[in-house]
Design a binder for this molecule. Structure first.
Ligand code: SAM
Length: 288
């Protein structure tokens, strides 16, 4: 077990950025956190890091990477798309021998399973332009031959606040939608804390938030993932309409389908609980 370090042996991040000429590039969604107290707080939110590998997407100059290592992470695998950060990351690797692996590439194409054995934790300050597909991809990867067998122990991820609210929203709440159904179906998701835009360099336009997701042992209710996905796409694609209208896209008789599930045909998607969506998915046949 690796005890937490009280300080790390590397220069302040501001100096690292200056020394390597690391200007933030919008194309890669780069907003850096330079405050190691904050990155350590994010690392602590993930739980015990000493017993399993940690995957971090988008380390950039390494603020969160250093936070994870200082908090005792046994081994961190970072996936970074921008090669300009490699020299700074190699300095961290040298300061924490055998505890950091650096993977250059697109995190949408490099799966955690290809880097390490389960179970692992994912902790990241995500690039906002690919944050949602990364999350849905990691959740979807929990399925093995139709059986829910999640490989992650936890995901502790920074999103734009509005996306964080969508991930954690419940039926009837303003931000409830497809993302909330998927995340709530497969995990227990909560907003751990908000992060002010001013802590980033450069500051993004909006507030951010850390979301903590723990996989459910079993999905909230039984359903076929593909049917549920098609159903929520149709229902939330026209979220202001009643389900008897929005489900016409995927069902020739939405009224009968809703009646069979015991759901009033005047209900709107945003009022339907995850359990009710699953009940509908179980009754829905693509041609019915
Ligand atoms: N972790 C750093 C921090 O907290 O200061 C940087 C976070 S910054 C919001 C996002 C990082 O993700 C950048 O370093 C960016 O280059 C990287 N990135 C962007 N798209 C990526 C992708 N598709 N795969 C891997 N990394 C990516």
């Amino acid at each position: 077990m690796t005890p937490p370090n009280l300080s790390d042996p590397l220069p302040p991040l501001r100096e690292v950025i200056q020394a390597h000429g690391l200007r933030a590039d919008k194309k890669f969604g780069q907003n850096f956190i330079l405050d190691l107290n904050l990155t350590r707080r994010i690392a602590r939110e993930a739980g015990d890091l000493t017993q399993c590998d940690v995957i971090e997407v988008g380390p950039g100059p390494g603020g969160l990477t250093r936070g994870l290592l200082m908090e005792g992470a046994a081994h961190v695998h970072v996936i970074e798309a921008d090669e300009r950060f490699l020299p700074a990351l190699k300095e961290i690797q040298a300061a924490y021998p055998n505890r950091l692996s650096i993977h250059l590439g697109d995190a949408l194409k490099i799966t955690p399973e290809s880097l390490t054995q389960a179970p692992y934790r994912i902790v990241s300050n995500l690039p906002y332009n690919v944050a949602t597909p990364l999350l849905t991809g990691w959740l979807d990867a929990g399925w093995r031959d139709g059986v829910w067998a999640p490989q992650f122990l936890s995901m502790t991820l920074m999103f734009q606040k509005e996306v964080a609210q969508r991930i954690t929203a419940l039926a009837g709440e303003k931000h409830y939608g497809r993302l909330g159904v998927l995340a709530g179906w497969l995990s227990e998701a909560r907003i751990a804390f908000d992060v002010d835009r001013q802590v980033f360099v450069p500051p993004p336009k909006v507030t951010s938030a850390i979301v903590d997701l723990r996989p459910r042992a079993k999905p909230l209710a039984e359903a076929n993932a593909e049917s549920l996905s098609k159903l929520t796409a149709a229902a939330f694609g026209q979220r202001r309409k009643m389900l008897r209208a929005s489900l016409k896209q995927i069902s020739s008789d939405p009224q009968a389908l809703l009646a069979a599930a015991g759901i009033a045909e005047t209900t709107r998607a945003e009022q339907l609980t995850i359990d009710q969506f699953c009940a509908l998915a179980n009754l829905w046949k693509p041609s019915a």
